[in-house]
Write a protein that binds this ligand. Structure first.
Ligand code: GLU
Length: 468
């Protein structure tokens, strides 16, 4: 059985790159009917706190991920300690009593610094004495430089080798008995039965150390997939400079979670079919681990928004309604209007909504009279006779018993032909008066939707407001 995991260190938000990592691990597990684990790597006591993990979990849930098991490394401290001591007893690791401040001083000015293995040379008597004196120590892995390389197979890059010479005697267990990332990650991946690790390529240089740990325990390492990082538009690693990298920012911006899932997945893996829109169930069904991208992909906000626009237009009105209801602005705007009216409004606007947020602006006139009219539009479409035309239209519309689209259209068109003017001469100013804008959904639908009372009122008010 395939078991994958997503193992974030809680930093306060879910980075887009990490969201993609989580997704690919999830899709692989689901595709193979395997297991997907969430493991919060919160052993860095200084930085980790439960509220930071909560934000990550909120974002993972928003993108629709579900996990079979959930762990917090901070609750497993004793396990790592036990394994660190096992390596110590078996001669793969040793106690290092060096003062951390001095080590830091030594490392400060060196780009590459390796611990000089001083404590490996301590006699047992000396060690016993230091222990008796309660001297603080860490447990380091003893990287024996036998001239061989550390080689492993990465399923994205192929065979990767590192000289042992380059690998420091890294710390496994800190003086406070907390494990380092390397120890905890190996113990957990082994104990949790993780078979496949998909993670950012920034972890590639960590892997040789982890391979040494696996070998020391005689554990079989999992399969590794180091994913090429996502880049920004300038070809550099995606970071704050390119815009927000917080996954939940995109929720606030009005991007659908299914859009983000769709887009991020395609940044990490190229499906066989030549199409762009997938939903989660298709992504799971079609996922093919062999098609993980081997080169960098670029995050393109415009592309994300265009996928979002497509997705919104294909959604059921009810779903859009539910999603919009999560926004304070929506509830304020639509307060007092019945659901049927709001749903019809969604129907009219959903083909013009790149993001959910666009509803607030583009559909505002459905709920409140426009505060202002498009300036350019006024100049362009308001002529001397406009006042008169609007007045006559108002009279015609008031006569309609059944205020439905076809009747409205017939009434306007026959008025225009009687007056011997083009329909557009009336439609353009009318649109501005009703919506404030020069573009809107079909004007007859808009009129029918607003209803006779509102339409008549707005025409009257416009005549006063514009003194026409
Ligand atoms: N906790 C690590 C991180 O957030 C990930 C560890 C891993 O995937 O091996 O970068």
């Amino acid at each position: 059985m395939i078991t994958t995991r997503f193992a974030p260190s809680p930093t306060g938000f879910l980075h887009l790159g990490s969201a993609r990592t989580a997704l690919l691990n999830y899709l692989y597990a689901k595709h193979t009917e395997g297991k997907f684990i969430l493991r919060i790597e919160d052993t860095d006591a200084k930085r980790s706190d439960k509220s930071l993990s909560a934000k990550i979990i909120e974002a993972l849930k928003w993108i629709g991920l579900e996990w079979d098991e959930e762990y917090y490394q901070s609750e497993r401290i004793d396990i790592y300690k036990k394994y660190a001591y096992q390596l110590l007893e078996n001669g793969f690791a040793y106690r290092c009593f060096c003062n951390p401040d001095e080590i830091e001083k030594k490392t400060k000015n060196n780009i590459i610094w390796k611990y000089d293995k001083n404590c490996l040379k301590l006699s047992q008597d000396k060690i016993d004495k230091l222990l008796k004196d309660n001297t603080n120590f860490v447990i380091r892995f003893n990287v024996v430089n036998d001239g061989n390389k550390i080689t492993f197979y990465d399923n994205v890059r192929g065979e990767v080798s590192f000289d042992k010479e380059q690998v420091d005697d890294f710390v496994l267990l800190k003086a406070d008995n907390y494990p380092t990332y390397h120890l905890a990650v190996c113990c957990d991946d082994h104990l949790m039965g993780v078979t496949d690790i998909l993670r950012g390529e920034d972890h590639l240089t960590n892997t040789p150390k982890q391979i040494l740990i696996y070998n020391a325990f005689n554990w079989e390492p999992p399969r590794f997939y180091h994913l090429p990082l996502i880049h920004g538009s300038d070809g550099k690693k995606l970071s704050k400079r390119h815009g927000s990298v917080d996954t939940l920012f995109y929720k606030r911006m009005g991007i659908l979670s299914e859009t983000l899932v769709n887009y991020l997945t395609l940044l990490g893996y190229s499906p066989q079919e030549n199409k762009e829109l997938f939903d989660m169930s298709e992504l799971i069904e079609k996922f093919d681990i062999k098609r993980i991208r081997k080169s960098y992909s670029r995050f393109d906000l415009k592309k994300l928004v265009s996928i979002n626009s497509e997705k919104i237009r294909n959604l059921k009105n009810e779903r859009i309604y539910d999603m919009l209801s999560e926004y304070e602005e929506f509830n304020r705007l639509t307060q007092g209007f019945n659901k049927e009216y709001i749903l019809k409004g969604i129907e009219l606007i959903k083909t013009r909504m790149p993001t959910l947020r666009d509803f607030f602006d583009r559909a505002k006139y459905m709920f409140i009279e426009p505060e202002s009219y498009d300036e350019k539009g006024l100049k362009k479409y308001f002529k001397e006779n406009t006042k008169d035309l609007l007045l006559q239209l108002k009279i015609e519309l008031e006569k309609l018993d059944d205020f439905k689209e076809t009747n409205i259209e017939n009434s306007l068109r026959s008025l225009c032909s009687r007056l011997n003017i083009k329909d557009a001469e009336l439609i353009h100013p009318l649109r501005i008066v009703l919506t404030g804008y020069t573009v809107s959904p079909g004007i007859f639908e808009v009129i029918a939707h607003l209803g006779k009372k509102v339409v008549v009122e707005r025409i009257e008010n416009a005549r006063i407001r514009l003194s026409i």
